[in-house]
Structure formats: structure tokens, C-alpha cells
Design a protein around this ligand. Sequence first.
Ligand code: KG4
Ligand code: ZN
Length: 334
Amino acid sequence: MTIFAIESSCDDTAAAVVSDGRKVLSSVVASQVFRHVEFGGVVPEIAGRMHCEAISGVAQEALDRAGLNIQDVDAIAVTAYPGLIGSLLVGVNFAKGLAMTSGKPLVPVHHLRGHIAANYISHPELEPPFLCLVVSGGHSHIVEVKDYTDMKIIGRTRDDAAGEAFDKTARTMGLPYPGGVHMDKLAENGNPDAFTFPVPKVSGSPYDFSFSGLKTAVINTIHNMQQKGIEIPREDMAASVRQSVVNILTDRFMLAARDTGHKRLVLAGGVSANSLLRRRMSEICESNGLELYYPELSLCGDNAAMIGAQGYYELLCGNTADMSLNAHAERSIE
Ligand code: KG4
Ligand code: ZN
């Protein structure tokens, strides 16, 4: 079955054609980051307008590259939630128009389920059940993926998402938006033990994360040094922040893996591109006899191929929508 997929939940306008949830026939991503970088973050109003300008061209290019037209596909999948509402609405309405004129089924897809499904493309042998650490710019969850469309949240962030923790601390260091990738590169040449930041105490669930304490500690350290006229050793600072974030994520994820008994672990979302997170998890899983999967780098960030992959499994389960489909800024992955 061939799915035509649309993704516009944040600042990437994307379209893709995916066969049987695993094989990418085409994938086109138009990034808006060059416009948002001057504001240090995504400006929702600008994002919505840019999606509106780009979406038809991106969609046509995805079909052209796959050598298909809309009548050749079996369904139209679209990210309907969660995300920036003005951005989501552009993709959802475009997909509804396509479904209406083509008569094809319309399949709403949860953005984070899409991030998880990026792994089905990179690892054709991967099947649920597994335990997944979903870490993006807007969300951080530990999710038990019981089946392709049956998920349970085991842990979540109490405040900032992991990507936000990277982006906000990177901004204080004067790095461009989105800071996570710049921080990751700088960190490769720094000393991760140069600065020590507090380990968060989260009461209640042992699998929940918190990044606000770390963020405040980093910002205070940088401001104190600036006031004293001390130059920030950027590589060392980046390496120390990265180590702290990765420690928080891996500690909670491994605790959840141990307690739930899952032996197959998966990383997903923009932050799964982080080189230390990938290395650390590989070491831990190798020494504990656990299977580890993460998406190829090009599928870690936002793209429509992952929406086409998840859309296939949603369609198999009959999870289609009619023309009353609406976008939602918030919606649980469950
Ligand atoms: O999943 P994603 O592309 O968009 C959302 O759904 O939010 O994630 C974007 C986030 C940003 O916060 C970005 O800084 C972070 O992923 N990110 C990284 C790396 N590459 C992207 N964070 C740490 N290390 C990276 N290499
Ligand atoms: Zn995303």
C-alpha cells in the first residue's frame, strides 16, 4: 500500500510517498529555519504563512520524485497533532482538500508516533513491542510501544523537553537556533567534567524528567562568568551541558527498561540525533545484552516519510478521519 504523507507541525514543510510503512519512494523537506534564526526561535505566525506558501510545491515535488500522481496512492496521511496550531492547520486542510478531490482515505497521524515510526524505515526488521525514548523540541516521553498503534506513556518531562533544554542553554551561550545540533558539535571538543550541574530530584514517578533546574544552573553560571569578565569556554560548557542532559535521559530510560523488562530499546525524535546519546545508549545496551535502534540521521528531525510510515499502520487499524478532521495543538500519544 502506498501512502502520501504531509507534515507541517512546526517549521518544516514536508511531503513524502511511502510504500507499506517501510520503503520511502520520495521525501521532500522545506526548512524554514533560515527565517526563524533571526528571532532565536520559531515565530508561529511566520511559520503558518510559510507553510501556506510552500506546501503545494513540496507536495507536487514529492509526487514527481516518486513518479506518481495522487490517484496512484492508497491514502493521504497528515500530522494532525500535536504542534503549533497555525502550522498544523495548513497541512491538515491541504490533506483534506486532497482527500476530498481524490476520494482517498484521510489518515490523521500523531507527530510523536511518526517520530517512532522513523525507526521502521531505518530498521525494516524492527517490530513492536519495545520501549522508546521520544525526545524532540516540544516533547520528552518514555513510551511503551505495545503495538504499532497501542502505546502507553511510562515517563514524561515535568517542564522543558530535552530539545528545549539544549536550545535554551545554547541560546544563552550565543549559539544560533536550533541550538541542539551546534551544542552537540562544540561538545565533541570539550571537557564534559569542566562544569558540574545539579541532578534533578523529581518526586512521584521515578521515570519522569526535569530540565528546568539544569537550565537555570547553566544560565546562572554563564551570567556570573560574564559579570566577572571571564570568557566562557564554549566547548567545555557545551560538553558539560550535553553530558548532564544525556545523563538525565539515560538514567530514567534505563530504569524504566529494567522495571518493565523490555529488552528492545528505541530512540526517536530530533534529539535522537545527539551523538553522545547514541554512543552512550549503544555502550549501555551492548554491555547489558539489550537491542538498540535509532533512526538514520536524516530521519531524526521532522519529515513526512515518518508520517507515511505510521500512517500505513494507522490505516491498517482503520484509523481514518472524515472531513470534520481538525488539528489539535495538544493530544496524548496514547
Ligand atoms: O523532533 P524535532 O525535529 O522537532 C520537534 O518535533 O520538536 O526536534 C527538534 C529538536 C530541537 O530542539 C533541536 O535542537 C534538537 O531536536 N536536536 C538536537 C540535535 N539535533 C537536533 N539536540 C541535540 N543534539 C543534536 N544533535
Ligand atoms: Zn518532531
